[in-house]
Design a protein around this ligand. Structure first.
Ligand code: ADP
Ligand code: MG
Length: 730
């Protein structure tokens, strides 16, 4: 009998909701209580230090040594008073997650006395032994030195452990000693800077008071919850985050009865718990609901400045993993943990806001503002059109490969959905012939810009199949994977939009000097050209249909399903030139990222392939053979009673098991041989390609036969927790 499976099922079934400690007071009383925020700084720093830090936060500039010492002292006493014993620079190496190395505040003086110590230098800079973080060949291990440096634009926070003590975490960037960026955060900060500069230059055409433009992000996070015992009884979930086998249950998501349904009590307790902790960390979580697939849920915070929102998303994922365990759950962020039902994405809602309080992608009832809105909208469309392959690369990963361009999933074609009304506005703008606008004429009426309604989308005009959708006052980049660090796609998006806005400003300046034209005419003329050049990226139909694939091919849009293929955009000279000019990433850094992503891809597929081999042989084939032996005994007994001939079911089952076991064993053997051969190749590009085609090519075939055995073999014997158990027990 499959002991582990049944024990796990029993444990899972007997659980009740874990009690949640509710913090005292209203949300506003404890919101941000675990971060070193403005209020704390104002109270604890001298006016001079407070001012300098505030300026540094706004400008991203460095602060001097003395001020750093004062800030460090204040941070330390604040953190110690809140039960922190350690501190760490919290950074985001190119592995996708976050990293930390804890140092104690406590130290011993020369005279042997215990002291609590945290100097300004330790706040601003640290040297983790960084030799085992991925660097894509930038840093040979013998010069394995990089440093982390404080990013004052994201507040320090305290993370508590199970023992109840805390660690002061200082958001930081991670750079090699030779100055290359080895993390996700530093290029993101640079891209935000470039975007601010370019967008401000365009925004002041419309309102000269604008001094700063910030990109904003609200990341909706989808995830699955699985009971801890069930999770632990599935080696594939434990080690790769997804199930490599599993026959679909009789009931999947076809009834749509889970979406927005009532949240199960144990899940609700988990949500309440992690939300409280998130709020204390100043993460403005607001929305919780069931998602489409069984056992799938979503959390969404209110949008924030992009750098902060990216930090908060990484932190939130970390928090959710920790708190889930308290509730005897494991949370899965993998893009496709279960075949046959929806996967998980991270919808990146992105927009641009000015320091004068205007959302540049928000429509307005005032025609003049409408022109500004359309200008920014069209520039984003153009940027996405011109750099679609780069955007595709920014979301490429082994996990997301199951979501993009695979079975039961959206295609890997980057397109933009605008909605009926905006499509019409752009159509009119493109096609209406406006030669000139006479004095006294209302330019906006003539341009059709007086009719853009202030609410652009209602819920019926939503396209859930688009990878990049305009949703009324922001773009929703929906193709980002559930487990991804948003910093990467956001960095790419910011930079290509910055580049485009810079071009627009240059086009505008050139036209204005050439024609001395009316501002509005010039802008419209340029936008018309942009719309013409980029409209093939606009698509309002069903992105999941096969017709779209054909149509997209006719339009000449890329459809890159394979990760190694998609990543090649990082080697494209034209793209690299943009990033170098924008001061975001150098060719060397791009190359490093390319190699890291390829390596990552190879390793992920390699792990899955080993898992498939192990599980197929040690769990599935061994169980099948044992069951078969029992059937053979039955058949023999029947034969003794002269009750058996070739067509008796038991004989057929024995034969089918034999066949499938033979095929599985053969395929596993061949897959292992392929792996060996590919591992010996020197060229990592070739390796990645072959892992994606040859090795991965075995997965579906092996799975097919394993899943057939699952429904053939006695349920009592089947060792792997079944889909219906994973998805429905909670
Ligand atoms: P939906 O209907 O898609 O659920 P919501 O209004 O709930 O739309 O927003 C989804 C996400 O988009 C939230 O995180 C929200 O804060 C974010 N969002 C709203 N406005 C903006 C904006 N201007 N910039 C970035 N994100 C935004
Ligand atoms: Mg949304």
């Amino acid at each position: 009998m499959a002991r582990l499976r049944f024990k796990a099922v029993e444990e899972a079934q007997n659980r009740t909701a874990t009690k949640v400690e509710i913090p005292a007071g209203k949300v506003t009383d404890f919101y941000g209580s675990n971060i070193f925020n403005d209020e704390v700084m104002r109270a604890m720093l001298s006016p001079e230090a407070y001012m300098k830090v505030t300026v540094a936060i706004k400008s991203g500039d460095k602060i001097d040594r003395e001020i750093a010492d004062e800030v460090a002292a204040a941070m330390k006493s604040w953190a110690v008073s809140k039960g922190a014993t350690h501190y760490t620079h919290w950074f985001q190496p190119l592995t996708g997650g976050s990293a930390e190395k804890h140092d104690a505040f406590f130290d011993i003086n020369l005279d042997g006395k215990a002291v609590e110590k945290f100097k300004g230098s330790a706040l601003t800079q640290q040297e983790p032994d960084a030799s085992s973080f991925p660097n894509g060949g930038i840093r040979a291990t013998f010069e394995a030195r990089g440093y982390t440096a404080w990013d004052p634009t994201s507040p320090a926070f305290i993370m508590y452990n199970e023992a109840g003590t805390g660690t002061l975490c200082i958001p930081s960037i991670f750079v090699s000693y030779t100055g290359e960026l080895l993390d996700s955060k530093s290029p993101l900060l640079k891209s935000l800077h470039a975007l601010d500069k370019a967008a401000t230059e365009v925004a002041i055409i419309f309102d000269r008071h604008v001094e700063k433009v910030s990109a904003t992000l609200g990341a909706e996070q989808e995830y699955f919850l699985v009971d801890k015992s069930l999770f632990n009884a599935r080696p594939d979930l434990m080690m790769s985050g997804r199930t490599v086998f599993g026959h679909p249950p009789a009931k999947g998501q076809q009834l749509d009865d889970h979406y927005f349904g009532s949240i199960p009590p144990r899940v609700n307790a988990f949500m309440v718990d992690f939300e409280f902790e998130a709020l204390k960390l100043g993460i403005p979580v607001r929305t919780r609901h069931n998602e489409v697939a069984p056992a799938q849920f979503e959390v969404a915070p209110t949008f924030e400045e992009v750098n902060l929102a990216c930090d908060h998303n990484i932190l939130l994922m970390d928090l959710m993993r920790k708190i889930a365990r308290k509730h005897n759950f494991e949370v899965l962020f993998h893009e496709k943990p279960f075949a046959g039902i929806n996967g998980s994405g991270k919808h990146n809602n992105w927009s641009l806001g000015t320091d004068t309080g205007v959302n540049l992608l928000g429509p307005s009832t005032k025609p003049k503002e409408s022109l500004r809105f359309v200008t920014f909208l069209v520039n984003v469309v153009k940027a996405v059109h011109d750099n679609a392959d780069l955007l595709r690369a920014s979301i490429a990963s082994a996990g997301n490969e199951h979501r993009l361009g695979a079975n039961e999933a959206p295609p890997a074609i980057i397109s933009i959905f605008l909605g009926t009304q905006m499509t019409k506005v752009l159509n009119d703008l493109e096609n209406k012939e406006i030669v000139s606008i006479e004095k006294g004429e209302n330019a906006y009426i003539k341009l059709g810009l007086n009719r853009i309604p202030s609410i652009l989308l209602d819920n019926t005009d939503r396209n859930r199949t688009s990878p990049f959708a305009f949703t009324g006052n922001k773009f929703e980049y929906r193709a980002v994977g559930g487990s991804a660090n948003s910093a990467q796609p956001m960095m790419i998006l910011n930079t290509i939009v910055a580049n485009q806005l810079e071009k627009f400003r240059a086009d505008y300046d050139a036209e204005m000097t050439d024609h001395e034209g009316k501002k509005e005419e010039v802008i419209v003329k340029i936008l018309k050209g942009y719309i013409k050049e980029s409209k093939k990226i606009l698509f309002e139909g069903n992105g999941y249909g096969d017709e779209w694939k054909e149509e997209a091919a006719r339009r000449g849009l890329s459809n890159i399903a394979s990760t190694p293929e998609a990543l090649k955009a990082y080697l494209n000279k034209d793209f690299i030139e943009i990033f170098e000019r924008m001061g975001v990433l150098t060719e060397r850094e791009f190359h490093a990222r390319y190699e890291i992503e390829l390596e990552n891809y190879i390793k992920k597929i390699q792990i899955e392939s080993r898992l498939i081999g192990d599980l197929a042989m040690n769990h599935v084939v061994s169980t099948a053979v044992k069951y078969q032996t029992r059937l053979v005994q039955t058949a023999k007994a029947l034969k003794d009673m002269e009750l058996v001939n070739e067509s008796v079911p038991v004989v057929n089952i024995i034969k089918e098991i034999s066949e499938r076991v033979t095929i599985i064993s053969k395929l596993v053997h061949e897959m292992t041989e392929a792996r060996k051969r590919i591992n010996n190749l020197e060229d990592i590009e070739e390796q990645a390609k072959l892992y994606g085609t040859e090795v991965k090519g075995f997965f579906e075939d092996i799975r097919y036969h394993v899943d057939k055995l699952e429904i053939l073999i006695d349920d009592e014997d089947w060792p792997l927790v079944k889909y219906r158990e994973l998805l429905y027990i909670r």
